[in-house]
Design a protein around this ligand. Structure first.
Ligand SMILES: Nc1nc2c(c(=O)[nH]1)N[C@H]1C(S)=C(S)[C@@H](COP(=O)(O)OP(=O)(O)OC[C@H]3O[C@@H](n4cnc5c(=O)[nH]c(N)nc54)[C@H](O)[C@@H]3O)O[C@H]1N2
Ligand SMILES: Nc1nc2c(c(=O)[nH]1)N[C@H]1C(S)=C(S)[C@@H](COP(=O)(O)OP(=O)(O)OC[C@H]3O[C@@H](n4cnc5c(=O)[nH]c(N)nc54)[C@H](O)[C@@H]3O)O[C@H]1N2
Ligand code: SF4
Ligand SMILES: [Mo]
Length: 692
């Protein structure tokens, strides 16, 4: 028997981007372990990826191209050859492209975070075609935009510093489920005497383990940040030198924050004034004592109308108290802006003959149902889906499903599994998993460039996305030499060479080593140097004013809340959030039996008083509904959900739920204040018992 260890990287949409060691015995991957030498992975993987071989060798892996033989959505397919699949696709796309290539839409997200299997050959293909561009907004653009206005780029506190902080505020994140290796650092800090505080409407696994949990109403974080600023300024818990040297607009901010008394903040957030005052004092006094205070803010604060502003307001706090002076102080939202990625080389936007229209992936429901018009452009006639499962994950799901069910729509899905979306495909193409292809990775949690070597040969007739788009390019008659480049040639272009952050980037050595840390300053903004136009932390942003936004931190109420829309709340009085389940990664892994068994079935957590008011007992099935739709789940009556809040951990495959539906039946397509992002957690619903 031959046994080898292959260096790989976790491809999932998770900030940790772990370094993996894959054991291969006689050509079969038998174990996936965390690399003990990689500083952030430290030999530990989450439950999901520890079972990655179970996923790769799953008996339901798609191994051959398929053609739909049943109705759209029914899931009936027959095997066809690659030749036939490619010919069929080219024959359907060519006449559409000849009329108007913008009627063709790629739909992709982060099934893999790889730079190569994500957007490289695929973008080249769609750019050459002149297809519509996709605005990839479904996760992070609200917060990224708010952070950018304030700090200038997605750069913040290094995750490898958090263990040295003396106060860590975990703001809208549940790292035990979704950022495990950060949680390890937070626990280390706790052992050294740090205080951990969770700000979350729900008592998540993480909130339960923090010293304090502030359970505010969803969508009110921007107000809480303003209330903290108010107290910091009123009690002079400020770093005046840092403010004078490295910030812009303090006087205007001071006037704005004056409006946010602890009482007003408390009333807006549904918490007590003492909670506001005490948190501000703890934050300001710890910083004044010369100790590092750090904020880990995450996606929980972003999925509401004012999500961009919430992140912006939070990102102002460290500069007020001079937290950036310490390597272990500041704020982390995402580290993605730290990487010298060379996307133009991979994606070749220069292949575009003109700039096509852009379609927002968040509004795919409406956009698939929209007729052609002068403002919208042509009706969407063909969709090619890869690295995503829109029928399960996009908001306002009944519209998404209705769009994909259109008889006149031609749909191709590149997938590893027969997902809810693949059920609507005309042609399904089998894709490889991370063990079967190579890739280069950045991270949005740490600062290492990562390489993924292929551990095993592709299973069945599956192919990497890159190879599929190479073959499609040939079938469409594209002759540009860029369509002949191999994955290795692509990966060698993934990072800019000569950039100070990665002077010695060399793909061959990265492949051998598996990972390499960027060359970044320990405390990125200790002496200012923000990436904003002014080079300062911008409390006042002229760019925001130009973009039609309030240039100062402000609070925007949710679209749907008891306070902002009392009329709607009469019919739908409960706020629903649907954050990630620990054993799934978005909708990935729902079909892996051991992980699904751990989540059991779709649940809805609701407070005992809300349950009693509806005659709902623990363990009963409930129907969750609003004007957009309805789904069913099993009630868990628990005070983990604050009064007025219901929580349905997500994202379930619809077809694996008893009613064939999931939480996105009730979420809306309305967009955030900035970044054109979804408002998944800005949703009012009613809940009722399902009669037996
Ligand atoms: N196990 C697992 N890990 C994942 C994922 C997964 O599906 N499963 N998904 C990955 C992806 S794509 C992403 S984007 C990240 C997400 O990463 P995180 O944003 O850290 O997601 P969660 O862990 O759910 O944490 C969000 C928390 O925010 C809370 N929350 C909801 N609304 C609000 C609000 O208005 N204000 C505040 N303060 N809190 C709120 C929720 O209750 C939840 O506990 O995780 C990644 N990692
Ligand atoms: N209600 C609700 N909805 C949400 C969220 C929420 O919190 N609540 N979270 C949102 C967020 S943060 C995100 S990021 C989105 C995630 O939405 P998506 O990015 O669509 O993520 P997944 O559901 O994981 O689907 C990814 C698919 O890609 C496939 N895949 C993986 N690797 C490859 C590959 O190499 N090739 C091909 N062809 N396919 C591959 C997987 O099999 C999987 O089916 O969901 C959003 N939807
Ligand atoms: S999902 Fe996250 S924690 Fe799990 S192995 Fe991948 S990167 Fe690591
Ligand atoms: Mo995400």
């Amino acid at each position: 028997m031959t046994s080898t260890q292959v260096r790989a990287a976790c491809p999932l949409d998770c900030p940790d981007t772990c370094a993996l060691l894959v054991t291969v015995e006689d050509g079969v991957a038998t174990a996936v372990k965390g690399d003990p030498d990689h500083p952030t992975t430290a030999g530990v993987l989450c439950t999901k990826v520890a079972r990655y071989t179970e996923r790769t060798y799953h008996d339901e892996r798609l191994l051959y191209p398929l053609r739909r033989v049943g109705a759209k959505g029914e899931g009936k397919f027959e095997r066809i050859s690659w030749d036939e699949a490619l010919r069929t696709i080219a024959e359907r796309l060519a006449p559409i492209a000849a009329r108007d290539p913008e009627a063709i839409l790629p739909y992709s997200y982060c099934g893999t975070m790889g730079l190569i299997q994500g957007e490289s050959m695929s973008s080249r293909f769609f750019n050459q075609l002149g297809a519509s561009l996709l605005d990839r907004t479904v996760c992070a653009t609200a917060g990224a935009t708010g952070y950018k206005y304030t700090i200038g780029a997605s750069v913040g506190t290094d995750m490898e510093q958090f263990q040295n902080a003396k106060l860590i505020i975990i703001w809208g994140g549940n790292p035990i489920a979704s950022n495990l290796h950060f949680w390890t650092r937070a626990q280390e800090a706790k052992r050294h005497g740090a205080r951990l505080i969770a700000i979350d409407p729900y008592r998540s696994l993480t909130a339960e383990k923090c010293h304090q949990h502030i359970a505010l109403l969803p969508g009110t974080d921007a107000a809480l940040a303003l209330g903290l600023m108010h107290v910091l300024i009123a009690e002079d818990l400020l770093d005046h030198d840092y403010i004078a040297d490295y910030t812009l607009g303090f006087d205007q901010l001071k006037a704005r924050a004056a409006e946010w008394t602890p009482e007003r903040t408390a009333a807006t957030c549904g918490i007590s004034a003492d909670e506001v005052i005490e948190l501000a004092r703890l934050y300001g006094q710890t910083a004044k004592a010369g100790l590092p205070v750090a904020i880990r803010t995450n996606y929980g604060v972003q999925r509401v109308r004012g999500g961009g502003m919430a992140v912006r307001n939070i990102a102002c706090l460290p500069a007020l108290v001079g937290a950036w002076r310490h390597a272990a102080g500041g704020v982390q939202l995402s580290s993605s802006g730290s990487f010298p990625t060379n996307k133009p080389a991979l994606q070749r936007p220069d292949l575009l003959k003109k700039t096509p229209r852009t379609i927002n992936m968040t509004t795919i429901g409406d956009d698939l149902l929209r007729p052609g018009s002068a403002t919208f452009g042509p009706q969407v006639e063909a969709v090619i889906v890869y690295n995503s499962n829109p029928v399960a994950i996009a908001p306002d799901s009944s519209k998404v499903a209705a769009g994909f069910a259109r008889e006149d729509l031609f749909t191709v899905v590149l997938e590893q599994f027969q997902t809810d979306t693949a059920d609507y495909a005309d042609i399904v193409l089998p894709a490889t998993t991370q063990l079967e292809h190579i890739d280069a990775h950045t991270s949005y949690g740490h600062l290492y460039m990562m390489a993924n070597n292929a551990a095993i040969a592709p299973l069945g007739e599956s192919k990497p996305n890159t190879e599929i788009f190479r073959l499609l390019a040939r079938a469409m008659g594209f002759t540009d030499p860029c369509f002949a480049e191999t994955d290795d040639q692509l990966a060698a272009q993934a990072f800019k060479t000569g950039d100070t952050r990665a002077m010695h980037f060399d793909w061959e050595s990265l492949k051998q080593q598996g990972w390499q840390k960027l060359n970044m300053p320990e405390a990125p903004f200790a002496h200012g140097g923000f990436f904003t136009p002014s080079g300062k932390c911008e409390f006042y942003s002229a760019q925001m004013a130009r973009d039609g936004l309030d240039p100062l931190p402000t609070y925007l109420e949710p679209y749907e809340s008891v306070a902002s829309n009392p009329q709607l709340a009469q019919r739908y009085p409960l706020a629903m959030i649907s954050p990630p389940a620990r054993n799934f990664l978005n909708s990935t892994f729902v079909n892996v039996k051991s992980l699904r068994a751990a989540e059991a079935e779709p649940h809805l957590d609701l407070h005992p008083s809300d349950a009693a008011a509806r005659g709902v007992a623990h363990g009963e099935m409930v129907r969750i509904f609003n004007d957009r739709g309805a789904f069913e789940a099993r009630a868990r009556v628990t005070d983990k959900a604050r009064v007025g809040l219901v929580v349905g951990l997500s994202v379930w495959w619809k077809k694996l739920a008893s009613d064939g539906k999931n939480a996105n039946e009730v979420t809306s397509q309305r967009l955030t204040d900035m970044g054109r992002a979804p408002t998944f957690y800005d949703t009012l619903v009613q809940v009722e018992r399902v009669s037996a």
